[in-house]
Ligand binder design. Structure first.
Ligand SMILES: *[C@@H]1O[C@H](CO)[C@@H](O)[C@H](O)[C@H]1NC(C)=O
Ligand SMILES: *[C@@H]1O[C@H](CO)[C@@H](O)[C@H](O)[C@H]1NC(C)=O
Ligand SMILES: *[C@@H]1O[C@H](CO)[C@@H](O)[C@H](O)[C@H]1NC(C)=O
Ligand SMILES: *[C@@H]1O[C@H](CO)[C@@H](O)[C@H](O)[C@H]1NC(C)=O
Length: 448
């Protein structure tokens, strides 16, 4: 009796405590204009599952419910791909496209429930309403010209709308949250979003924290500071790691040097302790499937796609003592005490104004994740000069006020320094969202 009770308990616990582990997948390829369709998503999900040296990368975070290139808010073909590959889904609804954009996202979500039923809904790990929308309206997001965002009250309203939309459907039990940069979560002005969420999705990139000592030696410490600060700010709500990673190639940012050696260090020190314990969607499996991005966060080749990663992903170097590895000088165990105070202490010695860095990921890096009406996006470290583009499924975000692209192709394509982008963003003429901002994260030490 006793052992069978224990068995039943263990079985029920194993369902309720499933830990998700996977990667982020944008709506387009790295060029920001070529949409991914079912076969593309399926290849990616299959590659993730079969990555040499790993097991369990069976979850996919998405940024939009809408299939790129569709004229009728058709649900993303990542869904049938996930069903075919038995890959769980952290759904995303793009929330920076105004109410019209949110309506379109919700329409696609409801269509997906009707079209795919429980084969789909049983794979849902959670639903994120928005991605970095709060970051994009913060001073650093604006300085980085990261594009349209959404304010806290609007996001809280959208979260309520999604709850209403899924009520009475097979998705009614789904856990709803929002993904944003850690700097947004520690900003008390965003409390309404925290209140509305079941879980908190945190994006953190020490690589972009150029106002701090962000060499790889401090990567783990900066990440842990971000996680601790977020956890402290959100009142006990579960914090999921929705984006983090270290570039495998590309330009140096501050003291952060890219490359596979440092990417492996970050994977070992940050990723390995998370995997299997905290819901984590790494950034990212590959981001050079169409163009070589700079910086490139992909841990495996994308062209052609390969299950052989750029470095050893096995976590074997850390499995024996991952829980006792030392934190860096900026770690939460530092004498400064809390993560926030430790970050603040760095602020006092920071000499590089965020604005001078220019902030954010390069456009092509960010492109392809969310969807938007049409806009250039991102703006990255100015020196890269990477061409940035934005695009969105056609017509999706026409909201009555603004005329949007119906081509699914960008109406603006320019370098990160193009005045056209700055003008368009500043003038607010482009409705809908800009796509480039995913992970566009310059940590605002000044914000703390
Ligand atoms: C275990 O941690 C120590 C530091 O505490 C480190 O020097 C050592 O290399 C680690 N061992 C392995 C196998 O990673
Ligand atoms: C949407 O885009 C696709 C592909 O670019 C195109 O074939 C289709 O005609 C467009 N639909 C509308 C309504 O613009
Ligand atoms: C349409 O989009 C623009 C730009 O995002 C926004 O200012 C406006 O409020 C939106 N209108 C509606 C009705 O959502
Ligand atoms: C804090 O959040 C509010 C609301 O999102 C935003 O307007 C403000 O700019 C943020 N402050 C900083 C320093 O990021």
């Amino acid at each position: 009796m006793r052992s069978s009770n224990l068995f039943a308990l263990a079985a029920s616990l194993s369902t309720s405590t499933a830990v998700y582990q996977g990667f982020n997948y944008g709506a387009t390829k790295s060029d920001g204009v070529t949409f991914r369709y079912q076969a593309d998503f399926q290849s990616l999900f299959s590659t993730a599952k079969n990555l040499v040296g790993t097991s369990g990368f069976t979850s996919a975070r998405l940024y939009t419910m809408i299939q790129g290139g569709s004229s009728t808010n058709e649900p993303t073909q990542a869904i049938p791909a996930a069903i075919a590959e038995d890959t769980s889904l952290l759904l995303g609804l793009w929330a920076s496209g105004g109410q019209g954009g949110m309506d379109a996202e919700i329409t696609a979500l409801k269509s997906a429930i009707t079209k795919y039923g429980t084969a789909f809904t049983s794979l849902v790990a959670g639903i994120s309403v928005g991605s970095e929308d709060l970051y994009r309206i913060s001073p650093t997001g604006i300085a980085a010209k990261s594009g349209y965002g959404a304010d806290p009250a609007t996001l809280a309203s959208y979260i309520g709308q999604v709850r209403t939309a899924i009520a009475g459907t097979p998705l009614s039990g789904a856990s709803i949250g929002h993904v944003d940069t850690w700097t947004a979560w520690v900003n008390g002005s965003n409390q309404a979003v925290i209140n509305a969420c079941d879980w908190i999705g945190m994006d953190a990139y020490p690589y972009f924290q150029t106002t701090q000592a962000n060499s790889i030696e401090n990567g783990k410490g900066l990440f842990n500071d971000a996680l601790s600060a977020t956890q402290a700010a959100v009142g006990g709500k579960p914090v999921w790691v929705t984006e983090t990673g270290w570039p495998t190639s590309g330009s140096t940012a501050g003291l952060a040097v890219t490359g596979t050696t440092n990417a492996k260090t970050y994977w070992d020190q940050v990723g390995c302790p998370l995997f299997g314990k905290t819901n984590t969607w790494w950034y990212t499996l590959t981001d050079n499937d169409a163009v070589q991005t700079n910086p490139s966060f992909g841990i495996a080749p994308g062209n052609p796609l390969s299950t052989t990663p750029y470095f050893d992903l096995s976590c074997s170097a850390v499995s024996s003592n991952s829980s006792s590895s030392p934190s860096s000088t900026t770690g939460s165990g530092s004498p400064a005490g809390s993560a926030v105070s430790s970050a603040s202490s760095v602020q006092s010695v920071a000499t590089t104004p965020v604005a001078s860095y220019g902030g954010g990921l390069s456009p092509s890096q960010g492109a392809g994740n969310g969807i938007g009406a049409s806009a250039a996006s991102g703006s990255g470290p100015a020196p890269t000069g990477t061409t940035g583009t934005g695009s969105g499924p056609n017509g999706t975000y026409s909201n009555g006020t603004n005329t949007l692209s119906t081509t699914g192709k960008p109406t603006v394509s320019a370098t990160s320094t193009s005045p056209a982008i700055a003008t368009a963003n500043a003038a607010g003429h482009l409705a809908g969202s800009v796509i480039g901002a995913i992970g566009a994260m310059v940590v605002a030490v000044v914000a703390l």
